[in-house]
Write a protein that binds this ligand. Structure first.
Ligand SMILES: [Zn+2]
Length: 377
């Protein structure tokens, strides 16, 4: 999570936070409720009362958004995709997946459950509103529930628009992925459709403002602007992924295998400097293998106040590291890369692959080859 993100707590083992960009939209929702929706649904109350109810309603709305995101996250976890956490921002939420669904069906399921949750919530609020009406509950409460039903309905339906980064775009991507076997073709198609929708919404918003509907126009334009910038980010990711797919591990790995003597201490290595990532093979006094050392573990030991620890004490055995083949492409290899990977060909260790290798490669990227198709930059 970035520096703009405020931590809220943990739920189902997931880190939940919100981004400051949420604040303007929060105020816009509260403003709409306090000045338009509630006064027309339950007239005759003080403006303070409308504002209190409006802010409370907006908090409930964000809780509904969180439920939508949680459903994505929990199904993703079930499907074996690691989830870093959930961040609420602007007018939505982002579930940060650390891995990628392996199959189109998994992606479809992880995606579909979100809008489904919103639609179920809409039905529950609608049922409760009907019940409250029957019980002659205060009109303010009835209006609040009616609006929660409407907001969740809009959230569910709007998210099904087939445009990335909306869930509908991801479903479209999953469908094309399933039909063609190519994940990227689905994504690029959905990004294009999304850009069309974004410009359409911004144009409609501008027309609405010109026609005198400031609030509605503002809403449409903000949503359009969001779709435009988020869609562009998705497009860039596809570009990066397809570039990674064209690079074999062999082109990036450190080879011959970088080695370090196991009797050095963490403090000595930290003082020597060098890249803070990297994966080394350790050797003992007689040259015998002493395990593998992701460089990050050295800095961790120093930070924990143990610079006297020998490298062999913080090393890992081979079975704790991923292994990749030199002819594999980087995209496939990256999914298995945590502390670094051993590059093994025909049972022989031929190199190591770590974040440091990738960073070095990234610095060279502008000099290497033309941009692939499908990049939207
Ligand atoms: Zn969603």
């Amino acid at each position: 999570m970035g520096s703009q993100t405020i931590r809220l707590g943990r739920l189902f083992g997931l880190e939940i936070g919100f981004n400051w960009s949420l604040l303007p939209f929060f105020l816009l929702v509260a403003w709409t409720m306090a000045t338009e929706v509630l006064p027309s649904g339950a007239p005759g109350l003080s403006s303070t009362g409308y504002w209190i109810a409006g802010v409370l309603g907006t908090v409930v709305f964000y809780a509904c958004l969180l439920a939508h995101e949680l459903s994505h996250a929990l199904v993703a976890k079930r499907k074996g995709v690691k989830v870093a956490g959930i961040t609420l921002w602007l007018f939505g939420g982002v579930t940060q997946l650390e891995g990628e669904p392996r199959r189109a069906q998994d992606q479809a399921l992880i995606t579909a459950v979100g809008p489904l949750t919103s639609l179920v919530l809409a039905a529950i609020f609608f049922g409760a509103q009907q019940l409250l009406t029957g019980l002659n509950a205060p009109p303010l409460l009835v209006t609040l529930f009616a609006w929660m039903a409407l907001l969740n309905l809009v959230l569910g339906v709007f998210n099904l628009v087939p445009a990335l980064p909306l869930d509908g775009g991801r479903l479209l991507g999953a469908a094309v992925w399933w039909r063609t076997g190519s994940k990227d073709r689905g994504t690029t198609g959905a990004v294009r459709v999304g850009r069309f929708f974004a410009y359409l919404l911004i144009a409609l918003g501008a027309l609405e403002v010109l026609a005198g509907g400031l609030l509605n126009g503002l809403w449409l334009a903000i949503i359009g602007w969001f779709l435009l910038s988020a869609g562009a980010a998705e497009g860039r990711q596809v570009g990066i992924r397809s570039r990674l797919r064209q690079v074999p591990v062999a082109a990036v790995m450190s080879s011959p295998v970088p080695t370090l003597p196991s009797w050095l201490t963490c403090g000595q290595l930290a003082e020597a400097g060098g890249p803070s990532a990297g994966l080394y093979a350790l050797h003992g006094v007689g040259g015998e293998p002493m395990g593998y050392l992701p460089r990050s573990r050295v800095d961790e030991a120093v930070r924990a106040g143990h610079p006297e620890r020998r490298l062999e004490a913080v090393a890992l055995a081979a079975e704790h590291l991923a292994t990749v083949r030199p002819d594999e492409n980087l995209e496939a290899a990256l999914l298995r890369l945590e502390q670094g990977a051993l590059v093994v060909a025909n049972g022989q260790l031929v190199g190591t692959l770590s974040a440091a290798d990738l960073a070095r490669r990234a610095a060279l990227a502008p000099l290497l080859g033309p941009r692939p198709h499908g990049s939207l930059e």
